[in-house]
Structure formats: structure tokens, C-alpha cells
Design a protein around this ligand. Sequence first.
Ligand code: SF4
Ligand code: FES
Length: 370
Amino acid sequence: MSEQQLFKVTIDNITIEVPAGTTILQAARQVGGDVAPPAMCYYTPLEGSGGKCRTCLVEVSKGSEKDPRPMPKLVASCRTTVMDGMEVKNITSPRVKDARAGVVEFLLLNHPLDCPVCDQAGECHLQDLGYQHGSEGTRYEFKRRTFTKHSLGNYIQLHMTRCILCYRCVFTADQVTGKRVHGVLDRGDHAEIATYIEKSLDNDFIGNVIDVCPVGALTDKTFRFKNRVWFTKPVDAHCNCTKCSGKVTLWQRGNEVLRVTARKDEWGEIKKTEDGKTGWICNECRFERKNINDWVIEGPTKVSRQSVISANHYETLDKPQDTLVEVMGGRQPKMLMDIHSISDVNQPGVHLSELPGPATGKTFNKNNQQ
Ligand code: SF4
Ligand code: FES
């Protein structure tokens, strides 16, 4: 089969062409928006990831042009490749919505609802998933499974109680660092991420496990409890690092650098650098370079408008287009009047947030102002 062969696939009634071998999830991401299923364990840069969490389930209503029979069960879109003529339903399938709600309920069975004190709040994929696909209450009546907190060295804290066993950190340690000292121990309900006999994770690139963790199970000790992410301003910056690409996102408050992370794309995955490699960053850039003078600032990081981090965050300060000359056929106006001086509304001296109640006509009518 040629690599260049293109397959037609229809997802939620939108037809696109993708190279053979593309997974349904990657095809859906090309369409974008809500058509792309959520993914809690799949992570593009990590080989072998996916197939663990089942949040990406979709319905295949037509197998292919040659064999149009639907697939009897929902399939994990991160592990199923497209066939020519395949038809897939994600948000248009009530079965998928129902199954996803069930998966979220299972993921939250043992997960603590400690978002108000969790460092991942505001950028937690499970929090977003819970809001988008979960239900308001819980039907679970038993004691939740808990673990004691473990320190994984000077930089990383493990809260196993929050872990959803997605295996991303295990794949990262396996594929990005030279030496792996942690993994999943035990089975079933007892399974946990652990370093055998409490070792610390001290590899030069081990900090990347924090970036791949979709929940607050692995957190940065140099940032924990320093601030909430939505109060920080993320900016893209770089430095001349000899170990990694040096391309990072700085999370600032004023001129203070509170946190350094790798740059992420719209799916929350670490972006590729210009040379096509994944932009993993080294521990030194992540944990040791917290002085603004260590970095060359490139500009504000693009933050999704859906994210709470985008509140009060301006990526560009684009001046609105001045259409005055345009509507006057190219002529400059002879005189401009300040609307505030002739209008009873739009008074710059009136601060709505300082009014004791809602604004009324009296607020703006100069004659009636007390
Ligand atoms: S610690 Fe985080 S990245 Fe590792 S398996 Fe648990 S949830 Fe996944
Ligand atoms: S993202 Fe597909 S099973 Fe987890």
C-alpha cells in the first residue's frame, strides 16, 4: 500500500481525505473543533500511547466502501485507523455521548474533587472533560481509593490519588529519558505509579512527565501553590540551551517568572520545534531558569479562548481599523467631535463597577446626578 494513498473519511457529516494509516482521532483533529474526540491517554509524540482511557470512543456507522457494515461496538479512535469510505459519528451519536459520560463517571470514581486546591485546576483535562461530558452528582457510595503522597526528588511531587493511569509519564520516561526508574506497580484497583522503593526521578529530561500528565498527579515543586494559572501571563521565550531546544513558555506574574513549561499545541500536547522534533525541555530550563534575564521574550503565548487562562490575557494589541477616511471616500475629516461632550451616555467619569446598584438613566443624566 502506497504511503501517498488517500482515504476518504466522513466524521460527523464532514468529509475529508487523509493518508492511509491515519487514525480516526488524527483525522477528526484535522476537522477540528468539537468533532475531535477528547483524549486523556493518547499523546502524539509518545509511541504506543493511547488505548487506555476510552474517552475517545466513536461510532463507526460504515466500515468502508468495500465493506459498508457498521462496527458493532464503539471503537477507540486513537487506535483505529481509517478505511476508504468510512463513516464515523462522534458528537452526532447518542451512543457515543452516553458511553463518554460513563467513562467520565468511571474516571472520577476515585479521583478526588479537590480542584479548588489542586495546582492543575484551570488546565486540567479531566476537569474540562468532567464539565463537558460528566454529570452533576456522583452515584458512588463507597470510600474512595487513596494513596500517600510521594516526593519524586527535588522537583516533582506525585499525588497518586489523582492519577488516572494513562501511562503517559511511563512512556515519556521510557522514550525521552535514558533511564527509567518508575512505572505502574500492582494490578487492578491497586495499580499505582511508583518508583520501586521510593527513588527520586533525577534524569535531565524527567521534568517532561509533569507536562504530559493530564491531571494534577505530577506537579512542579518549584511552582506548587505559588499561584493559580489564570492569574499568570504565559509568554513564549527562548534561551541558548545546550541540552534542549530552549523554546519554552514562561508563566509570569509581573516580571517574576513563576513557572517554565514546554510549549503546548491546541490539543495540550508538546509542540514540535522548527526542526520537526518534539520540543521536550531539560530540567535546567524548567526548574532552574526563573530569572527573566535568562530568557529572550518572543511574545504572548496563544491561549485557547475556551481556557480560563485566557481571561484578561491579550495575545495581540491590534488597533481597530480606522474606517473614517474609508467611508469619506479618502478625505480626511475637517472636524472631529468628542461624543462624550455632547452625549449623556458614555461618560468616562462613570465607573459602572463602583456603582452600588445597576446603572439607570439618572447615572448618566448630568442634570439629575446627585
Ligand atoms: S501520573 Fe499522570 S501521566 Fe502518569 S499515569 Fe498518572 S495521570 Fe498519567
Ligand atoms: S485517548 Fe483513546 S483510549 Fe485514551
